[in-house]
Design a protein around this ligand. Structure first.
Ligand code: ACO
Ligand code: ZN
Length: 480
């Protein structure tokens, strides 16, 4: 093998020779596939080496700790000797000594049961998850500095904003606290590249996180962290959470309930008035959002938390955040359905709600970019269904005439931003250029498919149940 080869593919007779940055086939859990994976970290656990691997062509949520027996050492690509990044697509972390520089310990039992969707393979474009270059490291540093200066009073019960209100959708009084919101990032460092929380217990759900989230260091070495599903405060043990639950008076998220239909409600939470809640929500969300970095200022955001009601209270199902004022017409910053509720239509319900708010505001809107792989799938599906529905119900202008609708009218009716309407029509192959103008033509087969998919979509927003008046935040800012 030529030493100058970009990838030194070698037979490696002992896994002991493996170092961080090596790429080799690794058996993926739950199957017999051996995709190429990169070793991100190596740790000694009770005399045995554990390997934290990233499957090169898959989403980072599938990264995991594996034992030696899952590695195919017959075909190893060693990292380049000059330390330059090895094969395109992922970054190669700097070598570290075994067990150094990595937060938390490896997951005690590699390959315990997980519930994480694989990267959807339906996408026409490559997933956008790991791509954009932003200053995560700088933000992380800034965040740590702020954390030191203004540490999160997560443990203390006295004066907690959540504890000050009884039931009812009142806006609680708050004192200033540290806050957190999520911004897009691209640069990964070794710390934020690895999952650091093994398990969370949230209400009745046990959920295995997908990605890193900057919970305090004392939380990351635990087999599970326990989260109150009303105020989202986190505790080290079930006992501690039980103590918290005796004092925690919340039975729903703070803020105002602005929508209720059946067991589904939406609460609007102001990131300035409920900083502690907003920050804990962002921390929780970060466990399932890869392309966002936690950023400590929730003031400019509103959070719309969707809940499901039962005899114990209003339990969080998902949420989206929204800038109070967006110069780029974003109507969603981050959106999440918690994993136990995913693939049941709640994601589209959140998206539909975000557009319903935009309709009330008389604006078009779009989600903040980049979208995750699952975000893109969900939005594309929502846009397609919504636009096809408009086309299906648009009436012919006269006898034997075809319906006429302009793209601007579609935007007005749906609040979907023009560029998203156009890209959806293009994806569906519905736009044709004919005699100097664009014509939207719909075929019967597509409409039948659409009707069937709408029959399956049982969860829908009922605008009559939305009790909300948009605020003009620019005026408010000037008044202060
Ligand atoms: N594989 C394939 N398709 C999927 C998957 C999956 N794992 N998950 C959802 N979909 C598809 C569904 O099939 C559905 O399309 P269809 O109706 O045409 O079949 C569509 O996506 C929406 O499904 P829902 O059940 O309504 O959405 P869900 O409740 O699962 O929520 C969401 C979607 C919010 C993106 C969720 O996957 C999630 O929270 N992911 C983690 C966080 C994330 O990536 N958020 C988006 C980031 S982008 C941003 O924040 C602006
Ligand atoms: Zn609580």
């Amino acid at each position: 093998m030529n030493e100058n080869d970009e990838d030194l593919t070698t037979f490696c007779d002992s896994a002991a020779a493996l170092v961080e940055g090596c790429r080799l086939p690794v058996r993926m859990q739950g199957g017999n596939d051996w995709p190429l994976a990169e070793i991100i970290s190596i740790k000694e656990i009770r005399g045995q080496r554990g390997y934290y691997v990233h499957y090169v062509d898959f989403n980072k949520r599938l990264d995991e700790w594996v034992a030696e027996s899952w590695l195919d050492t017959r075909k190893v690509q060693f990292p380049r000797r000059d330390g330059a990044p090895a094969p395109a697509g992922t970054t190669t972390p700097k070598k570290t000594h075994i067990g150094s520089g990595v937060p938390g310990t490896p997951m005690a039992e590699p390959r315990a049961l997980v519930s994480r969707p694989a990267s959807p393979t339906l996408l026409a474009e490559p997933p956008l998850v790991n791509g954009q270059a932003v200053l995560a490291a700088a933000l992380h540093k800034k965040m740590n500095r702020k954390r030191k200066a203004n540490s999160i009073d997560n443990e203390s019960e006295a004066g907690e904003e959540g504890d000050t209100i009884a039931s009812g959708a009142a806006t609680p009084t708050t004192r200033p606290r540290q806050s957190g919101s999520l911004v897009a990032h691209g640069h990964d460092d070794l710390v934020t590249r690895m999952k650091n929380i093994e398990m969370i217990e949230l209400g009745k759900h046990r959920i295995r996180p997908w990605y890193f989230a900057p919970y305090p260091q004392e939380m990351v070495n635990l087999p599970c962290i326990y989260i109150c599903d009303f105020c989202l405060k986190y505790r080290k043990s079930r006992k501690c959470l039980e103590r918290h639950l005796i004092k925690c008076k919340l039975k729903h998220p703070p803020g105002n309930e602005i929508y209720r239909k059946g067991s589904i409600s939406f609460f609007e939470i102001d990131g300035r008035k409920n900083k502690c809640y907003a920050q804990n929500l962002c921390l929780l969300a970060k466990l399932f959002l890869d392309h966002k970095t936690l950023y400590y200022d929730t003031d400019p955001f509103l959070f719309y938390v969707m809940t499901e009601f039962d005899s114990r209270g209003f339990h969080i199902v998902g949420y989206f955040s929204k800038e109070k004022e967006s110069t780029e017409d974003y109507n969603v910053a981050c959106i999440l359905t918690l994993p136990p509720y995913q693939r049941k239509g709640y994601g589209k319900l959140l998206i539909e709600f975000s557009y319903e708010l935009s309709k009330f505001e008389g604006k078009t809107g779009s989600p903040e970019k980049p979208l995750s792989d699952l975000g893109l799938l969900s939005y594309r599906s929502y846009w397609a269904q919504t636009i096809l529905d408009i086309l299906m119900h648009s009436k012919p202008v006269g006898d034997n005439e075809k319906p006429i609708i302009t793209i601007n009218e579609i935007c007005e009716l749906t609040s979907i931003k023009k560029e998203d309407v156009i890209s959806t029509l293009q994806n569906l192959n519905l736009i044709n250029y004919y005699k100097g103008q664009y014509i939207i033509s719909v075929n019967q087969e597509l409409m039948q498919q659409h009707e069937k998919s709408m029959e399956k979509r049982t969860l829908k927003i009922d605008p009559k149940c939305l009790h909300w008046t948009p605020k003009d935040w620019s005026k408010r800012a000037k008044c202060v």
